[in-house]
Design a protein. Structure first.
Length: 191
């Protein structure tokens, strides 16, 4: 199982361009749909937790999946698997090619990859929104966040993403304090 975790995440790390957000859809496809290592709800939760903890999202997701399967040894195997390909490629590029991105066909390839990564990230977002439990408060927060991010991007306002996360945390804490803790359903999940 440790070798399977390592090889699975090494493949994800080797063939996914664009960083952690682009890897989320691949991790979900392999770990949730093909191998059933985690559920879709766990994937959504780990994505949120991975985003709010230090470190790259894909590494945090790999660590969680590995830990869930084989404890600490699984977490280490999955983490090394997802990191090793990128580290090796970047190391080789830095050693052998001083002006790697100045090569015209490589620069053009990366422009195309950037578009593909954007589409991958958009696809993950749409898929996660589609599977989200539709509650009025969640929809309002989603809409306000989307409009805020759109305005910040369109008008190039200098607004810290950390400040936005802190504002969202304060709003959530206030709503939690007003409404109280959600009651648990039959499966132990909040209603």
């Amino acid at each position: 199982m440790l070798l399977t975790l390592f090889l699975t995440f090494a493949k994800i790390g080797l063939f996914t361009f664009g960083g952690g957000y682009a890897m989320i859809s691949i991790i979900e496809s392999i770990c949730v749909e093909r191998k059933n290592w985690i559920t879709h709800d766990e994937m959504m939760k780990v994505t949120v937790i991975a985003e709010s903890t230090p470190g790259p999202v894909a590494i945090n997701c790999a660590t969680f999946v590995g830990y869930k399967q084989k404890g600490l040894a699984g977490a280490i195997a999955a983490t090394i698997g997802v990191v090793l390909p990128s580290f090796t490629i970047i190391y080789l590029i830095s050693v052998f090619l001083d002006n790697f991105l100045e090569i015209t066909w490589i620069a053009n390839a990366f422009k195309g990859i950037r578009i593909g990564v954007g589409v991958l990230i958009l696809g993950v977002g749409i898929k996660m929104i589609g599977k989200l439990k539709k509650k009025l408060f969640s929809c309002i927060i989603l809409g306000i966040s989307f409009i805020a991010m759109l305005l910040i991007s369109l008008f190039s306002w200098n607004f810290s993403s950390i400040a936005m996360m802190l504002i969202a945390a304060v709003v959530s804490i206030v709503v939690f304090a007003i409404q109280g803790a959600p009651s648990a359903g039959k499966d132990g999940e909040p209603k």
